[in-house]
Design a protein around this ligand. Structure first.
Ligand SMILES: O=C(O)C(=O)C[C@H](O)[C@H](O)CO
Ligand SMILES: [Mg+2]
Length: 403
């Protein structure tokens, strides 16, 4: 088999997505997600200008060799743009291989290890009362695991709390919007939020929370300790993880399970975190961590240290990534949980998919490949629209801090 052509499709059905489509001389095609929120066109150019010319004529069945060729062959390794581009290629190649085998991708990976993929949904409210209502609404919809985020008194805009309740979308402006931040207000408010949420939802629902990189390690330790009575499934991204060693300080202070890694792009970003057992869940995902080929490597390494997977699954990861991730999740032995933030109807129409949700669990479906396609005619009706993630400033003096 040979790759005869490949193209990048950029479209914005409610938000921007970058999709790579690969065609072969045997009529099989595959698609991969290569979306990098707020930097989409950089990946599109990387693919079109630098990767696609190297793919033509290659055998799409040699997935590992093509992965190594793109990773080592660029000389410039790692980084979100490079690794999202490689992920787009890798996902499309796994799609083709599974179609050629006439199997859903999870079968090719080794078959299913569970009956369904437990997912967590996002309950967001403007205040504690509203968040409690939303958590109960998610419980009613069948979710077994729910992330709770709430507005903080005295802060105007807070990560995780959007305008709508089902489709929170942080990339909301054609220049970055500005949020304000106060760690003191957040740390006062969050234990009270979980006190109320846990009392309302009962002991059996898994609760999660995302601190979105805003705390120092010692503040993170304090928050983890304050949340211990509410038995969280995980506390995510408490502090930026460039310095992997800093998680040791958090660990020394709390038994609340820790998750990190949605912005990681290779195994090197989490090597120390995993081998020192400083985290419990690794959030790396198909699209930003080099595709199925590399994510599988991270998960196998994590398994040695009893670290489980918890793939990122916000709306900026396209249904193509979701389909690939669900096939991965159904197979991976050390699975923990999968994030599931529903896409809008417009997005779902552009990306018809085989995956389904029922009673808190998802299934990738039985369609050969990863089970997601793209309607190119419909996609063309939604041209790219520049959209940035917000920036954050300390409320008291305007210092730029992590968003
Ligand atoms: O879903 C999450 O946990 C996030 O933190 C979402 C991120 O803010 C989003 O994917 C950024 O593009
Ligand atoms: Mg997050």
């Amino acid at each position: 088999m040979k790759i005869t052509s490949a193209k990048v499709i950029v479209c914005a059905p409610s938000r921007n997505f970058v999709t790579l489509k690969i065609e072969t001389d045997e009529g099989l095609t595959g698609i991969g997600d290569a979306t990098l929120n707020g930097r989409e066109l950089a990946v599109a150019s990387y693919l079109t200008d630098h990767v696609i010319p190297c793919l033509i004529g290659r055998d799409p069945q040699q997935i590992e060799d093509i992965w190594q060729y793109l990773y080592k062959g660029a000389y410039w390794r790692r980084g979100p743009v490079t690794m999202s581009a490689i992920a787009g290629v890798d996902t499309a190649l796994w799609d083709i291989k599974a179609k050629a085998a006439n199997m859903p991708l999870y079968q090719l990976l080794g078959g299913k290890s569970r009956t369904g993929v437990m997912v967590y949904g996002h309950a967001n409210g403007k205040d504690i009362g509203h968040t409690v209502e939303e958590v109960l609404r998610y419980k009613e919809m069948g979710y077994k695991a729910i992330r709770a985020q709430s507005g903080v008194p005295g802060l105007e805009k807070v990560y995780g709390v959007g305008r709508g309740t089902m489709f929170y979308e942080p990339a909301d402006a054609d220049l970055p919007s500005e949020h304000d931040w106060s760690t003191e207000k957040y740390l006062r408010h969050t234990p009270e939020l979980f006190d109320k949420v846990r009392a309302a939802v009962g002991p059996d629902i898994h609760l999660l929370h995302d601190a979105h990189h805003r705390l120092t390690p010692i503040e993170a330790g304090r928050l983890g300790k304050d949340l211990e009575p509410y038995r969280l499934f995980w506390l995510e991204d408490t502090t930026p993880a460039e310095n992997q060693e800093s998680f040791r300080l958090i660990r020394q202070h709390t038994t609340t399970p820790l998750a990190v890694g949605e912005i990681f792009n290779t195994i090197w970003d989490c090597k120390d975190l995993i081998q020192n057992q400083l985290i419990d869940y690794i959030r790396a995902t198909v699209v930003h961590a080099g595709g199925i080929t590399h994510l599988r490597r991270i998960a196998d390494f994590a398994a040695l240290y009893q670290v489980r997977t918890g793939c990122h699954g916000a709306t900026d990861l396209s249904p193509v990534c979701m389909g690939a991730a669900l096939n991965f999740d159904l197979w991976v032995p050390n699975f923990g949980i999968q994030e599931y933030m529903r896409h809008t109807e417009e997005t779902d129409a552009v990306f018809p998919h085989a995956y389904t949700f029922k009673d808190g669990y998802m299934h990738p479906g039985e369609t050969p490949g990863h089970g997601v396609t793209i309607d190119e005619t419909l996609a063309a009706k939604y041209p790219y629209q520049r959209a940035y993630l917000p920036v954050n400033r300390l409320q008291h003096d305007g210092t730029l801090c992590s968003w």
